[in-house]
Design a binder for this molecule. Structure first.
Ligand code: PEP
Ligand code: MN
Length: 345
C-alpha cells in the first residue's frame, strides 16, 4: 500500500508513519515529491493490511492510503495462466465452452420435474436446475420440498442423464445437498453468508455463486475467494441482476459488471436473464446479449406450465420457447466460435 501524506505534512508526521510501519514489521520507501510525500509500505503480511490501512489513514498528516493489490488472489486472473474450466457433471463451462442450465424455479412434484427435465433435454440444454430449498421473500408462500425435492431431482437425472444444480441455503444442509446434487447453488441472498461460503468451499461439488442483489463486482469476487480459500476452486459465477431504481425489469441485468468481472477472474461466469428481468419476453434477447458479451453459459428458468408454477411463472419460458431460444443460442455460438455442450442421451 501507499500512504499519501497531506500537503504540508511535517517531517515528524512522516516519521510517525514510518515508525508505525516498522512497529508492524513493514519496511518503508519514502518518495519526496514537490507537492506531496509518499510512503510505500513493503512486505505487508497478508490479512493485516486492511485494518492497518484504516489505522494509518487516521494518523496526523496522512491524506489517504491507497491499496495496491486486489482483495482477492485465488480467483484473480493473475493466479491462473488461462481461464478455468469448471464442470457440472461432465458439462464444461469456460474457455470457449458454454452450456445452458434450465429447469423450473422450484421442484413442485415428480410429474412436473420429469416433464421439465425431458423438455430441457429435448431443447438441447445440458444441465437441469430446480430449487428444493427456496429462498422466498415471504415466509407465507411455498418454501420448496426440501429433501423430497432432492429425491425428485435425482429421479429426473436418472430418467434423462442430465446433471443438476440446486440451491443450498444453510451450512447445515451442504452435506445432504452435496450427496445428490452435481453442483451447489449459492443464491443471491446468501452471497455474503460467509459460513455458507466456507462450507461449500469444503464440499467436493462445484459451486454456482450468484451475485448478490446489492453486491459490487469486487464483493462478488471476494465471496468467490471465500469458497476458493476454503479449498474449492470449482466456482462458476452467475450474474443475475442487481437492484437499481429501474422498475420495468425485476432487477437490472448488469452485463457491464459481468464483463468487468471477466477481466478480473479466471473463473467462468454465466448469466441468468430470468431472475434479472422477471419477464419471459425479455429472457431470449438478454440471454443472447449475455453470450455475445462473453458469458460462459446461461441459466434460464423453464416450466412445463408457467401458468401453474408455484414460483417465478412470469419469467419462465415454456418448453416451446426454450426450443426457440436454444435454436438462436446455437446460431450465436457458431457465429462466436463457441462450443455449446449437448445434453447426454
Ligand atoms: C434461483 O435461481 O432459483 C434463485 C432464487 O435465484 P437468485 O438467488 O438469483 O434470486
Ligand atoms: Mn426462480
Amino acid at each position: 500500500m501507499i500512504i499519501v501524506m497531506a500537503h504540508g505534512a511535517s517531517e515528524q508526521e512522516v516519521d510517525a508513519v514510518v515508525a508505525r510501519l516498522a512497529e508492524r514489521g513493514y519496511q518503508s520507501h519514502i518518495s519526496q515529491g514537490v507537492e506531496r510525500t509518499l510512503v510505500g509500505a513493503i512486505g505487508a503480511p497478508e490479512g493485516e493490511k486492511e485494518a492497518l490501512a484504516e489505522q494509518l489513514a487516521l494518523l496526523p498528516g496522512v491524506e489517504r492510503v491507497v491499496p495496491i493489490l486486489r482483495p482477492y488472489k485465488l480467483v484473480s486472473r493473475e493466479h491462473a495462466e488461462q481461464p478455468s474450466v469448471v464442470r457440472i457433471g461432465k458439462v464444461p463451462f469456460g474457455r470457449g465452452q458454454v452450456a445452458v442450465i434450465s429447469g423450473p424455479c422450484a421442484v413442485e412434484n415428480e410429474q412436473q420435474m420429469l416433464e421439465a427435465a425431458q423438455a430441457v433435454q429435448a431443447a438441447g440444454a445440458a444441465v437441469l436446475r430446480g430449487g428444493a430449498y427456496k429462498p422466498r421473500t415471504s415466509p407465507y408462500v411455498f418454501q420448496g420440498l426440501g429433501e423430497a425435492g432432492l429425491e425428485i431431482l435425482a429421479a429426473a437425472r436418472e430418467a434423462t442423464g442430465l446433471p443438476f444444480v440446486t440451491e443450498v441455503m444453510d451450512p447445515r444442509y451442504v452435506e445432504i445437498v452435496s450427496r445428490s446434487a452435481d453442483a451447489l447453488q449459492v443464491g443471491a441472498r446468501n452471497m455474503q453468508n460467509y459460513d455458507l461460503l466456507r462450507e461449500v468451499g469444503q464440499a467436493d461439488k462445484p459451486v454456482v455463486l450468484k451475485r448478490g442483489v446489492a453486491a459490487t463486482v469486487r464483493e462478488w469476487l471476494q465471496a468467490a475467494e471465500y469458497v476458493a480459500a476454503a479449498g474449492n476452486l470449482n466456482v462458476i459465477l452467475c450474474e443475475r441482476g442487481i437492484r437499481t431504481f429501474e422498475s420495468e425489469t425485476r432487477y437490472t441485468f448488469d452485463l457491464g459488471g459481468m464483463a468487468a468481472a471477466k477481466l478480473e477472474t479466471h473463473l467462468p461466469i454465466i448469466a441468468d436473464p430470468s431472475h434479472a428481468t422477471g419477464n419471459h419476453r425479455l429472457v431470449p434477447p438478454m440471454a443472447l446479449a449475455a453470450l455475445a458479451g462473453g458469458a460462459d453459459g446461461l441459466m434460464v428458468e423453464m416450466h412445463p406450465h408457467p401458468d401453474r408454477a408455484l414460483s417465478d411463472g412470469p419469467q419462465s419460458l415454456t418448453p416451446k420457447r426454450l426450443i426457440g431460444l436454444m435454436d438462436e443460442v446455437r446460431h450465436l455460438c457458431t457465429a462466436l466460435g463457441l462450443t455449446l455442450a449437448e445434453p447426454v442421451g
